[in-house]
Design a protein around this ligand. Structure first.
Ligand code: 5GP
Length: 203
């Protein structure tokens, strides 16, 4: 029997570099990163269907009605949601799925899928976090303040996660995340029971 894929949830405050780290991990590995739906407007280099499914608030509310989301949350005044059927289909096929979502969403997923792997990305310092959000140049002054103020509160949730990775250098942060995922796959309590039985019989 093919075992199910691992659900991997990555969160962290704005400016911690989740997006960059997830993109770098994806480039060299066979993970599947879920594309969320959002009511936020696209940034200048973002593509519909690649970065997000950019939809209206009405469309988002209809999807909530239809129970189309694995989880959803309102973040910085916009809605964000993980498409349920896509994620479950990929997990069923045995492939690992990465969700890059906010803390509220991660906590909802944790209640529904306690066997998920929960990783928190931390910035090297609050000063560096502020520089990264500012240098991105995509936020309005109000959005900058909201994101920076929220970051302090969000970081206090790190204790709800299984692992924390400081994103000082992207390549090292990626290596740490990959190591965590590999170690997780080797955990005895995550192994398929049938596989264990077979191994014992073969010995
Ligand atoms: P951004 O606007 O910078 O792309 O994302 C803002 C926040 O929303 C980030 O913390 C990001 O991880 C989170 N986010 C993106 N997609 C989802 C989602 O599907 N669900 C939840 N709960 N948060 C999301």
């Amino acid at each position: 029997m093919m075992s199910k894929g691992q659900l991997i949830v990555i969160s962290g405050p704005s400016g911690a570099g989740k997006g960059t780290v997830c993109k770098a991990i994806l480039e060299k590995n066979n993970f599947w990163v879920s594309v969320s739906a959002t009511t936020r407007s696209p940034r200048k280099d973002e593509i519909d269907g690649i970065n997000y499914y950019f939809i209206t608030k009405e469309e988002f509310l209809q999807k909530i009605e239809k129970d189309d989301f694995l989880e959803y949350a309102e973040v910085y005044g916009n809605f964000y949601g993980t498409p349920k059927s896509e994620v479950l289909k990929v997990l069923d096929s045995g492939r690992d799925v990465i969700l890059e979502i906010d803390i509220q969403g991660a906590l909802k997923v944790k209640t529904a899928y306690p066997n998920g792997l929960f990783i928190f990305i931390l910035p090297p310092s609050m000063e560096e976090l502020k520089n990264r959000i500012t240098n991105r140049g995509s936020e309005t002054p109000e959005s900058l303040i909201t994101r920076f103020t929220s970051a302090h509160k969000e970081i206090s949730f790190v204790s709800k996660y299984d692992y924390a990775v400081v994103n000082d250098t992207v390549s090292i942060a990626c290596l740490k995340i990959k190591s965590i995922i590999i170690a997780e796959r080797c955990r005895v309590d995550r192994m398929n029971g049938d596989f264990l039985k077979e191994e014992i019989i073969n010995e």
